[in-house]
Design a protein. Structure first.
Length: 258
C-alpha cells in the first residue's frame, strides 16, 4: 500500500480516452497491416473520427473489404495501398512514397501495425531465412517506410509515428526468437527517432495487450479466442496518440505494460 507521502501516480489519459466527434477530421493517416485484426479495427475507428486512412497491407482483398466497410459507414474515402513489406526493395518504397506525396502531399500520422511471428523455437535451432523474414517485415521495413515518409510527416499537422510492440519488446523470453528481437528493435528505433526529432515529431510505442488476432492464435492455438478481447477494444491509445490535441510526451511507451 502506498504511504501518504508517495507522489501521485502520473495520469494515463489514454486508458479512459473517448474520442470526441470528428477528433481526427481532415487528418491523413497511414496504417500498415490494415486488412485484418487490430489494423482493420483501428482503420475503421480512425475513419469514424473523420480521418482519411491509407490502408496498407500485403493482400488486396482484405484491404478492399475494409475500404468497402468504411465507405458504407460514410467515412472519408480511404486509399488502398497493396504492398508486400517482406519482399519490397528500395525502389518499391520510393514509389510508394511518391504515390502518397502525389495524392495527398502530406501525412499526419504513420501507424506501424504489420508484423509476422515466424517460428517459435530455441535459438540453436532457429531457421536463418525465417529469422531474416521476421526482421525484414517487423523492423527493416518499418524503418524504410518511416524514413521515406518523414518529409511528408514533416509537412503534416501535429505529426505522429506509432509503433506497435508487446511484452517481448520490453524483455524477450524463450522460444520467441526473431519476433522478440524484432520487437526490441522496434522500440529502440522509436527511441532514436523520438530523440532525433524532439519537438517536431511525436513518436510512441504502444503495447495493446492480448487480443484475439491471427498472430495470437499462432502463439496460443488452444485458446481459441475465448480469453482474448476483440481488437476493437485496443484502439483507444492509438486514437489518443494520433489526436492533434494529445499531450502524451513523445518517446514514451504506453499500453498493458506502461
Amino acid at each position: 500500500m502506498p504511504s501518504s507521502i508517495d507522489p501521485p501516480s502520473p495520469p494515463c489519459p489514454w486508458k479512459d480516452y473517448v474520442a470526441p466527434p470528428d477528433s481526427h477530421a481532415g487528418r491523413v493517416i497511414l496504417v500498415t497491416g490494415a486488412g485484418t485484426g487490430l489494423g482493420r479495427a483501428l482503420s475503421m475507428a480512425l475513419a469514424a473520427q473523420g480521418a482519411t486512412v491509407l490502408l496498407l497491407g500485403r493482400r488486396p482483398r482484405p484491404l478492399e473489404q475494409v475500404y468497402d466497410a468504411i465507405v458504407k459507414a460514410n467515412g472519408p474515402r480511404p486509399a488502398l495501398l497493396p504492398f508486400d513489406l517482406e519482399n519490397a526493395l528500395a525502389g518499391d518504397f520510393d514509389r510508394l512514397v511518391e504515390a502518397v506525396a502525389r495524392e495527398f502531399g502530406r501525412l499526419d500520422a504513420l501507424v506501424h501495425n504489420a508484423a509476422i511471428l515466424g517460428t517459435r523455437a530455441p535459438l540453436e535451432h532457429y531457421d536463418v531465412p525465417t529469422w531474416c523474414r521476421v526482421l525484414q517485415v517487423n523492423v527493416t521495413a518499418a524503418f524504410a517506410l518511416t524514413q521515406g515518409l518523414l518529409p511528408l510527416l514533416k509537412a503534416g499537422r501535429v505529426p505522429s509515428v506509432l509503433y506497435t510492440t508487446c511484452a517481448q519488446g520490453a524483455r524477450g523470453s524463450a522460444y520467441y526468437g526473431a519476433y522478440a528481437v524484432a520487437k526490441g528493435g522496434i522500440e529502440r528505433l522509436a527511441d532514436v527517432l523520438a530523440d532525433e526529432h524532439e519537438g517536431t515529431l511525436r513518436v510512441h510505442c504502444i503495447d495493446p495487450g492480448a487480443m484475439h488476432t491471427s498472430l495470437r492464435a499462432l502463439v496460443f492455438p488452444a485458446e481459441g479466442g475465448a480469453r482474448a478481447p476483440a481488437p476493437e477494444t485496443a484502439v483507444a491509445p492509438y486514437l489518443w496518440l494520433t489526436d492533434p490535441l494529445c499531450t502524451q510526451p513523445s518517446g514514451t511507451r504506453i499500453g498493458s505494460g506502461g
